[in-house]
Ligand binder design. Structure first.
Ligand code: ADP
Ligand code: MG
Length: 713
């Protein structure tokens, strides 16, 4: 037995704080439980009342003679603790704490809530809330509506969790109007004990639930969330509205990776996280419903070929445009389909896709045409638009389609520009009807989501490869930097480090000063690049600290002179060029510059970044993020997702770069990030990439270790 059963499938419920007073939450919850016909025992608890709602009341939970599975607590904040103690004494195993005034109110409330959580844990109970609006289970064997939402829920196969109570109420209300039913509804509240992750796991194997909806404001354990979602999303679609998109982190960062991650806010991380684990993210509650309708009332389509049947041109054109924009295709009809449509429809009708049957079309025409389209193997999904003309009965049309659609394993959705009264009547007399939308864009949005989810579900998972690397040597490099009390590696050290992970790096020779430079100058293979090295030089180029394509010792030494002067100028008079060292590097000719980075997000942990490197990083910010470890497929996806992908594929006759080799670099880099948690930030910028894997060269690397800047790592 699952511990959450006590909350979600209780056989007996005590409502603590039940009240006679009309409009009080204590009364509303009790009322709602009765109204929804709870299939268990109900015990109002109130020290003052003998009877509440014609039911015998008890002064305390412990004075109830029968066993109690679940206590719903609505007493004032300062009494919650003692009620929980009483529940503990009684052996109650589940709690739903509606009462507010905890961590959402500030420090005091936070302390209070922590104590509460500790107490609940000690008793071995599970608790939803505090500060929530209750739970619902529509299973006929349970029938529990323990909320104070005025609308009774429709039974269905969607489980829904909401971190906002108020929004939860609104959603229940709208869902009913849309003929959307739920298996469960849980208002999470402050998530002190039962988290969103706990519920996901509960619903994962729940036979009553096919689809999971979430309204979330924060992730508790984001990494865990991802693991769970990755698993579940292959079996059940997960739709999420995640708010808090503007939570821009103003964290200081020396690298582009950190800056870009902070700059674009946690949203980047959230987006990367959700996409990677197959969660369908929507931006608005409205969109959530568009998708929920499509998912809850349709099978998944086999492909993306859409057929549209309409009695008016305008909405069908809008639908077509949206379909194309969302990656759907307008189906090509078979010869037979064309032939039959032509036979059936008047000459002024259009028998192209969208099929415009003209306004005279009645139920007979709709039925016949819909059947023809559904039988065409080249059509994966059908959108039926009906703009009600005076003489034709809307209900007739819907009922005709309703009969038809169950015969085919294809999504069928309707756009019905009808009145609210019409929908009211339809929901009342014909519940569980097809997905109906008012607007064509919403309908297409829903269909497109079905298609994209199916793609995700059928996509191979990919594999996380482990590469043979010299991790011991990498560890030594890191420890040496640590021992010298430094938090930042030099470019030379950074390059050696990534070299240990099998990433090709430009041959680099350090020279601590001018003297040494003069000594090695004669033995070099030219052309070379000269770079300035000093702890304070983070962006070398800006200080005149990078000079490329030097052809011989004279040029090299002249460059060193020039570099020393410009670095001194850049630093200002006081510091001068003191302590300046050099790095001599093989000059890598040609190549396209990309950036590969990793930083630690305080919530999500490491994030790997890929994008166009060099100057493009600052100007176009063309980068994507992913949570490591990367699978081979994800590495390829990252590369394909940047806007500059076409540059890597080659413009104006350039050969494409070696994408397999680049994907392997990303995976090796991801392995490094996983292996070395001591690294707070690491960035290869640029990595020069070529059509031949053997030509790849990392020419600059920046590595910062943890614990230096107190950046929450
Ligand atoms: P920083 O990022 O500190 O300014 P880099 O070492 O990244 O310095 O060099 C800046 C730019 O110089 C690179 O983006 C690249 O275009 C060029 N560059 C650096 N090293 C080489 C090299 N070995 N071969 C060819 N070009 C190089
Ligand atoms: Mg650089």
């Amino acid at each position: 037995m699952n511990p959450l059963d006590a909350i979600l499938k209780p056989k007996s419920i005590a409502v603590v704080g039940a009240s006679r007073r009309q409009g009080s939450i204590g009364r509303e919850i009790l009322h709602q439980l009765i109204e929804f016909d709870f299939h268990g025992k109900l015990f109002p608890v109130n020290p003052k009342g003998d009877f509440i709602h014609s039911i015998k009341a008890f002064p305390t939970v412990s004075s109830i003679p029968d066993p109690v599975d679940l206590a719903i607590i609505v007493v004032p904040r300062d009494e919650v603790q003692s009620v929980i103690d009483d529940c503990g004494k009684k052996g109650v195993r589940g709690l739903v704490v509606i009462t507010a005034g905890f961590s959402e109110t500030g420090e005091d409330g936070k302390r209070f809530e922590a104590q509460l959580g500790e107490r609940v844990r000690q008793y071995g109970m599970r608790m939803i809330g505090p500060n929530c609006m209750g739970v619902i289970n529509t299973d006929p064997a349970v029938r529990m509506d323990a909320t104070f939402a005025p609308t009774l829920p429709l039974p269905g196969r969607i489980a829904f969790m909401s971190q906002s109570g108020a929004l939860g109420v609104a959603i229940l209300n709208i869902a009913r109007q849309l003929d959307i039913g739920f298996s469960y509804f849980v208002s999470l509240g402050n998530k002190t004990n039962v988290s969103g992750n706990d519920l996901l796991k509960y619903w994962e194997d729940d036979p009553e639930t096919d689809l999971i909806l979430m309204y979330l404001e924060s992730f508790g354990n984001a990494k865990r969330f991802m693991q769970i979602c990755r698993r579940i999303s292959k079996r059940k679609p997960l739709l999420v509205v995640k708010s808090g998109r503007t939570e821009a982190g103003a964290r200081a960062a020396t690298s582009h990776t950190g800056a870009l991650a902070a700059n674009q806010g946690l949203d980047i991380a959230t987006g990367a996280l959700l996409e990677q684990c197959g969660v369908v993210r929507v931006n608005t509650v409205e969109e959530l419903f568009d998708l929920a309708l499509a998912f809850s009332k349709n099978p998944l389509p086999r492909g993306n070929r859409l057929g549209i049947l309409t009695n008016a041109g305008g909405p069908a054109i809008m639908a077509t445009d949206t379909a194309i924009a969302h990656g759907l295709r307008m189906a090509d009809f078979s010869e037979r389909t064309c032939h039959e449509l032509r036979r059936l429809l008047p000459p002024e009708a259009s028998i192209q896709n969208p099929v415009d049957m003209t306004p005279q079309s009645d139920r007979g025409k709709y039925d016949a045409c819909a059947r023809i389209l559904l039988e065409d193997d080249g059509i994966d999904m059908l959108l039926v638009v009906f703009v009600p003309p005076m003489m034709i009965n809307t209900m007739d049309i819907i009922l005709g389609l309703e009969k038809l659609r169950h015969k085919y394993l294809k999504p069928v959705v309707g756009v019905i520009m009808a009145t609210e009264e019409f929908f009211g009547e339809l929901n009342r007399d014909h519940p569980n009807h097809m997905a109906l939308y008012i607007f064509p864009e919403s309908a297409v949005n829903g269909l497109a989501a079905l298609h994209h989810y199916r793609l995700w579900r059928d996509k191979p998972v990919g594999a996380v490869k482990r590469f043979e690397v010299r991790s011991g040597t990498a560890e030594d490099i890191l420890q040496e930097v640590r021992q010298q009390g430094r938090g930042q590696m030099t470019a030379e050290e950074g390059l050696r480090l990534i070299g240990c992970y099998g990433i090709l790096v430009a041959e680099s020779i350090p020279a601590v000063n001018r003297k040494e430079l003069e000594r090695v100058a004669k033995e070099l293979r030219y052309p070379v690049v000269l770079k300035a090295v000093a702890p304070d030089l983070v962006h070398k180029m800006d200080a005149g600290g990078v000079i490329v394509d030097l052809r011989g010792p004279e040029e090299l030494l002249a460059a060193a002179q020039k570099m020393t002067e410009s670095v001194a100028r850049h630093r200002g008079d006081t510091a001068g060029a003191g302590g300046l060292g050099f790095l001599i590097q093989e000059f890598v000719h040609g190549g396209r510059e990309v950036i590969v980075g990793m930083n630690h997000d305080p919530k999500y942990g490491p994030l790997v970044m890929f994008g166009l490197g060099g100057i493009y990083v600052e100007t176009v910010k063309d980068v994507v993020f992913r949570v490591p470890p990367l699978t081979d497929l994800e590495a390829h996806e990252m590369i394909q997702q940047i806007r500059g992908y076409s540059l890597l594929r080659g413009v104006r006759g350039d050969a494409p770069i070696d994408f397999d080799a680049l994907a392997e670099v990303l995976q090796r880099f991801s392995q490094l990030a996983e292996d070395m948690p001591e690294i707070a930030e690491i960035e290869i910028n640029p990595l020069l990439v070529f059509p031949q894997a053997a030509d790849f060269r990392a020419v600059d690397a920046r590595v910062r270790l943890r614990g230096e800047r107190g950046d929450g790592v």
